[in-house]
Structures are given as C-alpha cells and as structure tokens.
Design a binder for this molecule. Structure first.
Ligand code: NAP
Length: 243
C-alpha cells in the first residue's frame, strides 16, 4: 500500500515506523519549519504542496492509496487542505489525532479559553510573570506584551526577541522535575499553553499544579467535517488494513 503521511509529530513518526516495518511504501511530508527535524522511517519530502490543489496533484502523481493526516492538532490549514485534496483526488483520508488534555486529571482547574487573544486577557487578569508555551506562530497575539517581563519557550530561535522577553530554546520531551525547577527558577506566575495533548509536553501541567502556578489553555480547533479520526498509530494501521 502506498501511504502519504502528513507529519511533523511524534505520532506520525511512530506510524511511519509501523507501516515501513510491515512493508508499506511510506512517504512522510514535513513542512520544513524546523532546521534539524527528527526524521521518520521511509521516504521523506519537505515543504508545502502549494495548497489543496498542489496536494491533490501530488496524491495523483504519486499514485497514493491512502492519505494520513498525522499533523499537530493545531495545524489547521494543512488539515483543511488534506480534506479538500483527498476528496478531489479520490483518495481515502484518515486523521491521526492524539487525545487532548480535556480528560487530564487536573483539567478542571485550568482556565480554558477559545483563542490566543482570550488567553492573553486571562493571563493578564491572573497576573504574574507569563510563561508562553503556545508556539512561535502564536506570538503575534501577544504583541501588546512587548516591554513586559515574559518567558517564552520555542523550538526555533525568534527572528527578533521582543523587549523584555527571555527566550528558552528547547523541545520536548520534558519531565516534571525539570519543569518544576524551571517554573521556580524563573519565578513563573502564569503558564500559557494550548491543548496539544499527548505526553511529550504534558509535564509542565503537573509541575504547574505542584508550584501553584495557574494554567491558561487554548481549546483545540474543530476538525474538518467527515474525516474519520483515530487516536494512535496502531489504530491507523488497523484502519488501513480494513481499507
Ligand atoms: P499549518 O498552519 O496548518 O499549515 C500551513 C502551511 O504549511 C500549509 O498550508 C502547507 O503549505 C504547509 N504544511 C504544513 N504542514 C505540512 C506538512 N506536514 N507537509 C507539507 N506541508 C505542510 O501548519 P503549522 O501549524 O505551521 O504546522 C507545520 C508543521 O509543524 C506540521 O507538519 C505540524 O504537524 C508541525 N507542528 C505544528 C505545531 C503547531 O503547534 N502548529 C506543533 C508541532 C508540530 P501548502 O499550503 O503550501 O501545502
């Protein structure tokens, strides 16, 4: 079976490894945002397709049998494009979406908000030094914090560091002890995150509870309509066998 995996996540790499091991012809696609990405098993291509039409052309040209959207839960544009392109090319599409943190034992104590602007407002009301972990692309929503004392963690360096901000360059996985030490050493007053789900970056949530730091969390965007969704690589594998 020829499978195109839209990746950039640990789950996508797990899926590529599983499918390659059972002899499928797997191509993984990365956006090219990160300079030294962890590479999945099988073939890898890097860079945008040129919107849904470009992705549809790619599916047809490569005679792909199945498209798996295993991108990050907040990568909404590529997921929307995948739904349109799969329909246009007549290729079945499966969404691999890791479970969110709504079911986390601490979730009821967090401040859930619908978008990044509301996250900024909620953090301002809570007060204290913000620790921004919502990702580089979300930072324009926090432009009014230029000149404030803000800690931000990103995977890739920022082109320009806003006045007053301290930048931590790091990528998961993290552990609770390390996150707790960081929250304390940096005198964090409020943690801002988004409902990425999974275990890679979840340690900060437990650490925040232990340190008494409130958590502001952005809810997940909606899924494109009509796309079957499963939660892990093994479930995708089972679904592909049925297809
Ligand atoms: P996005 O906003 O949904 O997509 C923007 C554009 O980037 C797409 O229209 C597409 O360009 C290109 N693109 C995105 N993912 C691609 C992929 N896997 N392969 C080829 N092109 C891709 O995406 P994003 O939020 O920037 O995420 C980019 C990548 O980083 C994804 O692979 C995602 O899994 C990963 N990632 C994202 C986050 C996050 O918080 N958003 C966190 C961790 C990892 P064209 O229209 O030209 O095809």
């Amino acid at each position: 079976m020829r499978v195109l995996v839209l990746g950039g996540t640990a789950e996508a790499r797990a899926l590529a490894a599983l499918l390659v091991a059972q002899g499928d012809d797997v191509e993984s696609s990365l956006a090219g945002r990160v300079r030294n990405p962890a590479l999945p098993a099988g073939r890898v291509r890097v860079g945008g397709f040129g919107g849904a039409p470009g992705l549809a052309d790619h599916l047809t040209a490569t005679r792909t049998d199945v498209l798996v959207d295993a991108t990050h839960p907040f990568a909404t544009r590529i997921s929307a494009n995948a739904a349109v392109a799969a329909r246009a090319a007549g290729v079945p599409l499966v969404r691999l979406l890791r479970p969110g943190w709504r079911g986390h034992p601490l979730a009821s104590g967090w401040h859930w908000v619908g978008d990044y602007d509301r996250a900024r407002q909620a953090a301002e009301q809570l007060g204290g030094r913000p620790f921004l972990t919502t990702g580089r692309q979300t930072l324009p929503h926090f432009g009014s914090w230029v000149g404030r004392d803000v800690l931000v963690r990103v995977v890739e360096p920022l082109e320009q560091v806003p006045d007053g901000w301290s930048v931590l360059l790091d990528r998961g996985p993290y552990d609770v002890a390390g996150e707790l030490a960081l929250l304390r050493a940096e005198a964090v007053g409020v943690l801002l995150t988004k409902d990425s789900g999974g275990t890679y970056t979840a340690a900060k949530l437990e650490a925040a509870a232990r340190a008494g730091v409130p958590v502001v969390i952005v809810e997940r965007p909606a899924l494109p309509d009509g796309v079957p969704s499963v939660e892990d690589a093994v479930q995708v594998q089972a679904l592909l066998r049925r297809l």
